[in-house]
Design a protein around this ligand. Structure first.
Ligand code: SF4
Ligand code: SF4
Length: 420
């Protein structure tokens, strides 16, 4: 199995999950995935309730955008997303009243939803893959194929990140209840929770609780990056490979944060309005995890959780796959698992020495150095399977010449987008 053992740096944020639930305002980006064709529901000046739908997509893939607070729509302004795109946002001023409309159809027992109700509720609640991919979760379950195995991705292979670890340690009963309900509703035969095998204490901890859930088991997977990649995780836990989607092998994979958000949605009937994010890195005075409202401004978080007074690089997500913040005038999104404050690497790029390490390490079997060489030649790029890149960053990490191959592959992919 391809992959690399990399330093973890997780201990510094394994301490607590602090509630940060009172942002002065929120910035709701009017975008779902890459779709910006959104119907905006409230007008500037109108009142929105917590959980209200404030926008929805017009296309085939139905997505809904919600307000995580109650308050008044202050304005519609452009803000920058983490990837540098400027996007229209609803700015909502918090009245700190957490006002909600009545919620109908919530069942006392989360096991009692039918499959149809389950799909509808997670669709309306806009549950998506919360480990970065942002794929609508209902689309995985809305299948006529038999789902034999549910794999829970608790590998968290990115250094510094401890969202999964802390969620499991503090919410284990809710998470297992949700897994059990999902299995019952969708008639899934078995579940495997994949945890990095070096996390012996976590495996032992989960095992204390899974005893009564006979079809759920915990499995330690190799301490290799990127073991959290769906293909690697499925291979490590079941020995199976697939062509395009895991459902070809009757498998669905969900991340711990996604499962925890499903639990909330089934239990309360509210959409996904909060998430846990890791604040870590040498630059934070007190690294920790924070339970935060979706769309909280990053600047408000940094006012509360102080940075050290030194030169730092702020990263959204993990150091391997994350993106340097183009500005702090942006917001927490559902897919954002961390804010890291790191010391600058001062990466001085030198000439490629043709060592081939990037090729040997690429988990997708690509040739990053050849993509680099061909980056201005569309004809050559088309033959290099760029769409298989998962953006894991291993090629940049391993390169002795410090060439940022991940960025090069990403730009090359964008160059090819739309060309025939
Ligand atoms: S080319 Fe893509 S998939 Fe391969 S190592 Fe680089 S970032 Fe990862
Ligand atoms: S790892 Fe870096 S130096 Fe080695 S072949 Fe790839 S691009 Fe060149």
């Amino acid at each position: 199995m391809r992959g690399l053992k990399i330093p973890h740096r997780k201990k510094m944020s394994i301490n607590d999950i602090i509630e940060f639930q009172k942002p002065k305002e929120i910035y709701i980006p009017l975008i779902c995935g890459e779709d910006t064709n959104i119907t905006i529901i409230p007008k500037v000046g109108s009142y929105v309730y917590k959980g209200d739908i404030v926008g929805n997509t017009k296309g085939k893939i139905k997505r809904y955008i919600h307000s995580s607070i109650s308050g008044r729509v202050k304005s519609i302004e452009n803000k920058m997303l983490l990837n540098g795109t400027s996007i229209k946002c609803l700015i909502i001023e918090n009245d700190f009243k957490e006002q909600m409309l009545d919620i109908n159809g919530v069942k006392d027992n989360i096991h009692k939803y039918t499959k149809k109700e389950f799909i509808e509720i997670i669709k309306k609640a806009d549950v998506i893959g919360m480990s970065g991919n942002g794929f609508p979760t209902y689309m995985k379950y809305d299948t006529t194929e038999k789902i034999k195995t549910l794999i829970i991705n608790a590998v968290e292979c990115e250094p510094y990140l401890t969202v999964d670890y802390m969620s499991l340690k503090t919410k284990i009963k809710d998470i297992l209840d949700a897994v059990d309900a999902i299995m019952e509703i969708n008639k899934i035969d078995s579940c495997i929770i994949g945890v990095n095998k070096r996390n012996k204490d976590l495996i032992k901890f989960i095992n204390q609780y899974v005893g009564t859930y006979l079809n759920i088991k915990v499995m330690g997977v190799p301490d290799l990056y990127p073991m959290g990649w769906e293909r690697s995780l499925i291979k490590a836990t079941t020995g199976l490979s697939y062509d395009k989607l895991p459902i070809e092998k009757n498998i669905i994979v969900d991340n711990i944060s996604t499962i925890y958000s499903i639990y909330h949605v089934l239990k309360t009937g509210l959409p996904v309005l909060e998430r846990i994010i890791t604040l870590s890195g040498e630059g934070f005075e007190k690294p920790t995890n924070v339970f935060v409202k979706i769309n909280t401004p990053i600047e408000e978080i940094l006012e509360k959780f102080k940075l050290k007074d030194k030169e730092l690089v702020l990263v959204g997500g993990g150091p391997m796959m994350g993106i340097n913040f183009p500005t702090t005038n942006t917001m927490v999104t559902k897919e954002m698992s961390a804010i890291l404050a790191l010391e600058p690497l001062n990466r001085i790029e030198t000439a490629c020495i043709r060592c081939g390490k990037c090729i040997k390490s690429c988990p997708a079997g690509l040739y990053p150095v050849l993509i680099k060489d061909a980056r201005f030649n569309k004809k050559k790029l088309k033959k290099l399977d760029l769409e298989k890149c998962v953006g894991c960053g291993l090629c940049s990490y391993i390169c002795p010449a410090r060439i940022d191959l991940r960025q090069i592959v990403k730009y090359a992919k964008e160059t090819l987008k739309g060309s025939d």
